[in-house]
Ligand binder design. Sequence first.
Ligand code: C5P
Length: 232
Amino acid sequence: MGKDVIVACDFASAEATFAFLDKFTGKKPFVKIGMELYYAEGPSIVRQIKARGHKIFLDLKLHDIPNTVKKAMSVLRNLDVDITNLHAAGTTAMMRAAIEGLTRPDGTRPLLIAVTQLTSTDQESMERDLLIHEPIDQVVMHYAETARNAGLDGVVCSPLEAGKVHERCGASFLTITPGVRFADGDIGDQKRVMTPAAAKAIGSDYIVVGRPITAAPDPVAAYERCVAEFVD
Ligand code: C5P
């Protein structure tokens, strides 16, 4: 695992998702399934994409009391995904419970990744709405360290934060980074973006790329361009 392009399949239906994946003849991109597709289609969408031979990052961002998250994770572990995630804001007790729930009787489990502060949260909204007054980059690093100490495998973060996360939490602590755009592409609603090549140089382990691939005139060519810049 590591150093791969994860395609964010932010589609509203199985039909639209398969129409997209069918374009990749012979290739099996790592797929991210988020809340929209999962809530529309349920666990069968995970089983179907897995049966087609794709690795899966199930991006459901769990956040609840430890017992509830543990039970939810013990259901998700049967879906055989490769990566799943939760909010570090659920605290150490919740993250430890999540690992317990996610671990199968044979000791294996999917990688478990923490969301620190969402990239849609800025200093002002964090202070106003969450009453957190530390600088946001320190909050992100603190959440990353808390996740590592709870036994998680990595964090979702901006590619701009990936280098610092590795410095603080170790080279093997994974950084999964959305907010990736081609140098000549539209940035859309992402605020802080980086090219696949720059994300590679800064040490991201996985990049999550949605619209630059899904909305491209030739999605397969766009995917291959990402792989060429980030992996090869
Ligand atoms: O289309 P785009 O490349 O912006 O898609 C990025 C994907 O990564 C989306 O699925 C988005 O929800 C997700 N994401 C993000 N920023 C975060 C966490 C997840 O863009 N902080």
